[in-house]
Design a protein around this ligand. Structure first.
Ligand SMILES: Nc1ncnc2c1ncn2[C@@H]1O[C@H](COP(=O)(O)OP(=O)(O)OP(=O)(O)O)[C@@H](O)[C@H]1O
Length: 281
């Protein structure tokens, strides 16, 4: 059985006051196997974050199903214990660790709190914390620091350590390296790959950036306006994309022979075609 089974997931934001409703997630289905990293790619507004937020319970769905490790995540949790068990199974890392880390706490206190929240009797000895920090290549010096005393890459490592602290089955990473500069991005991606090899954790890796997805994810799902237009092995999607939107995303990624003007022209013609299809033309 897959670790994650999402089927026909659907979410519409009702805008009210005569404004058009937004179908953020349109009948989306996918699976993630244990130890697999699935990439979710699409441009801004394509519904990536909404899917991620539904899986971790920060957003509800209107229809469909999402089963993670045998638990129906769309059914409300019945107790605090059940809520905590769900949070333990699926952890999330956000784009901005400034917003998600408590600025008053040292790294050590942040990690200790995360562990104790889920298991009051857990081992939070200095040795256990050092081992956790070591997994994200941070040291005792970092343990005593507060978030503002760390670099962006170090803060993101703390957020990853906090997610790993409770031994989740799935980590949902929402644009987790997007705010980092390219060399730091590469280090954090390498770290995530290493953690995955060692622990067998699964990732749902949300990014607008195909180059980043290629580094970490064996499979990718391409989203356009809430709809999955293509999914498959990352290498295949990148080398032989089947859908025009996937081709456009690939063409939009800077690289050798990249022609921004051509991308703008193709995007305009693609958007016009998709709108004609949506309107039944
Ligand atoms: N709480 C909300 N209320 C109304 N509309 C929303 C809400 N959250 C998201 N949307 C809309 O749903 C669509 C999908 O948004 P979502 O944030 O999931 O996309 P995304 O691909 O993650 O984009 P980004 O990368 O910019 O975060 C967008 O049109 C967005 O405006």
């Amino acid at each position: 059985m897959s670790l994650v089974e999402v089927s026909e997931l659907h979410r519409v934001f009702r805008m009210g006051r005569g404004a058009e409703d937004v179908t953020a997630v349109n009948r989306v289905s996918f699976a993630i196997e244990p130890g697999e990293a699935l990439g979710l790619v699409g441009e801004s507004g394509s519904g990536k974050s909404t899917i991620a937020r539904i899986l971790v319970g920060l957003e509800h769905a209107d229809d469909g199903s999402a089963v993670i490790d045998g638990v129906d995540r769309l059914r409300p949790a019945r107790s605090r214990a059940e809520r905590l068990a769900r949070a333990r199974a699926v952890q999330m890392v956000f784009q901005d660790p400034n917003g998600s880390l408590d600025r008053r706490l040292t790294v050590e206190e942040t990690l200790r709190r995360a562990i104790r929240l889920h298991d009051r009797g857990a081992d939070v000895s200095a040795g256990a914390l050092a081992a956790l920090l070591d997994r994200v290549r941070l040291t005792e010096r970092h343990a005593r620091a507060k978030p503002h005393e760390l670099s962006g890459g170090q803060r993101q490592r703390v957020a990853i350590a906090r997610a790993l602290a409770v031994s989740p089955k799935l980590v949902v990473l929402d644009e987790a390296v997007s705010a980092l500069d390219v060399s730091v991005q590469a280090q954090v991606l390498e770290l995530l790959a290493e953690i995955q090899r060692e622990s067998g954790v699964s990732y749902l890796f949300v990014s607008h950036d195909l180059a980043v997805i290629r580094e970490l994810c064996s499979r990718v799902l391409v989203l356009f306006r809430g709809t999955v237009v293509e999914q498959g092995e990352t290498a295949r999607v990148l080398s032989a994309p089947e859908h025009p939107y996937s081709r456009l995303l690939i063409a939009s990624t800077p690289g050798p022979g990249w022609d921004p003007e051509r991308v703008v022209r193709e995007r305009m013609s693609f958007t016009q075609r998709m709108e004609a299809v949506a309107e039944g033309g």
